[in-house]
Write a protein that binds this ligand. Structure first.
Ligand SMILES: Cc1cc2nc3c(=O)[nH]c(=O)nc-3n(C[C@H](O)[C@H](O)[C@H](O)COP(=O)(O)O)c2cc1C
Length: 372
């Protein structure tokens, strides 16, 4: 039976019924493809302030986006993007409790280097580090490295070999020879080991059948992309079943949500209409979908317009729009559907987090979704 993490990582071990992660703070625009002025700029002070506010509010995780170029169009969405590893190392040093994620695109880094960077940030954070493994889908980004992108399922074969070598480097004492189908490492060696044993919390967000099996076999957390909370719950149940039956492991499954919360539902819907329909970057989203649809099996939705609007509004997450009571009802629905946690994003993260602490968190505690 594969070894399960026994770490005290804040994400895996949180007592909260619905765990929370702030997503997308390291990339310009954050998770909203819109020209309204209050979106993420990708400045260091901004990242620190948001991470510290999330830490104070008891949120379990900061999850960056690994990006190498923007989407073109009016705002060139995400074109400024902090490297998620050095970003995570920096945030680990200025936060206290929150889990800090980073993300590798497998084709961009050798596992011997990756294993050491992970171990280093795990030490900086005192065992709060979590690794998101992305097999690669954005072929324009992968092309920047001078090699063509492999076919979809083979990308996960490479990822299997990659993470297997990382796991061996995190657990095996002394030197060993690694001879995998894609990676060879004679005299492989890595010290210090990560603080977390047997290694850091691992996340994978593939939604294809191959991606789900990769997550079920190797990851502690899988993130689902779905069109409704109910279907997210069905996918979560299936991933948990695959992990249990095929790999004899338990896995947590997270969903994704974006929040537009105002005093009245009418006001919330009006702002949503404004930043998506009036100020959305429709040229940028066309560029994004031109790459996403042929390369990611997570992208399939109910028609181009709906998919585009959803990407503009929250980068493919599910909407939590309305009053504070309505938003928390939506969070309750995620939990009732069997989802262990959700990512959160806002157009304006700083005011969103302040509002979260004042208005949403007390309601979540009242509903039994959070302990504090
Ligand atoms: C919460 C979440 C975070 C993700 N982060 C990244 C990222 O940082 N960089 C990236 O290129 N893809 C990211 N993805 C995309 C997926 O990891 C995955 O590669 C993509 O959905 C294609 O996989 P599939 O065809 O197996 O579904 C993310 C997806 C989700 C749901």
């Amino acid at each position: 039976m594969p070894e399960q993490s026994t770490s005290t990582n804040p994400v895996l071990n949180s007592p909260n019924k619905l765990k929370l992660g702030v997503f997308g703070v390291n990339v310009s625009g954050g998770c909203s493809m819109t020209s309204v002025p209050s979106t993420i700029k990708a400045e260091w002070d901004e990242s620190v302030n948001i991470a510290q506010a999330a830490d104070r509010a008891g949120i379990e995780a900061m999850i960056p986006v690994a990006r190498w170029r923007g989407m073109g169009g009016e705002i060139n969405f995400n074109h400024r993007n902090f490297d998620p590893f050095t970003w995570a190392a920096g945030l680990a040093a200025v936060t206290e409790r929150i889990g800090i994620f980073s993300t590798f695109h497998i084709p961009t880094v050798h596992p011997v280097r990756a294993a050491k960077e992970v171990a280093t940030i795990d030490h900086i954070s005192g065992g709060r580090f979590c690794l998101n493994v992305v097999a690669g889908w954005n072929e324009k980004e992968i092309a920047m490295f001078g090699t063509p992108q492999l076919e979809h399922d083979e990308r996960y074969d490479v990822a299997e070999d990659w993470i297997t070598l990382c796991k061996e480097l995190w657990t095996r004492e002394g030197e060993f020879d690694y001879d995998g189908p894609y990676f060879k490492s004679p005299g492989a060696y890595s010290e210090p080991k990560p603080v977390q044993r047997p290694g850091p919390v691992l996340m994978s967000a593939g939604n294809s059948s191959r991606g789900q099996h990769f997550a079920a076999k190797h990851a502690d957390l899988n993130f689902v992309v779905a069109q409704t909370i109910e279907s997210a719950g069905e996918i979560a149940a299936e991933v948990k079943r695959i992990a249990r039956e095929d790999y004899h492991r338990d896995i947590q499954v997270f969903g994704q949500a974006y929040i537009v919360c105002r005093e009245t539902e009418t006001e919330a819907r009006a702002f949503h209409h404004h930043y998506v329909n009036e100020k959305g970057d429709w040229e940028g989203v066309r560029n994004l979908l031109d790459v996403l649809i042929p390369n990611s099996e997570s992208a399939l939705g109910d028609g181009w317009e709906a998919m585009a609007a959803n990407l503009i509004a929250g980068y493919g997450a599910l909407p939590l729009i309305g009053t504070a009571d309505q938003v928390v009802e939506g969070m309750q629905a995620f939990s009732d559907a069997g989802i262990d946690g959700i990512t959160l994003s806002w157009v304006d993260y700083a005011s969103g987090l302040a509002h979260f602490e004042k208005e949403l968190l007390p309601r979540m505690i009242e509903a039994g979704l959070r302990e504090r």
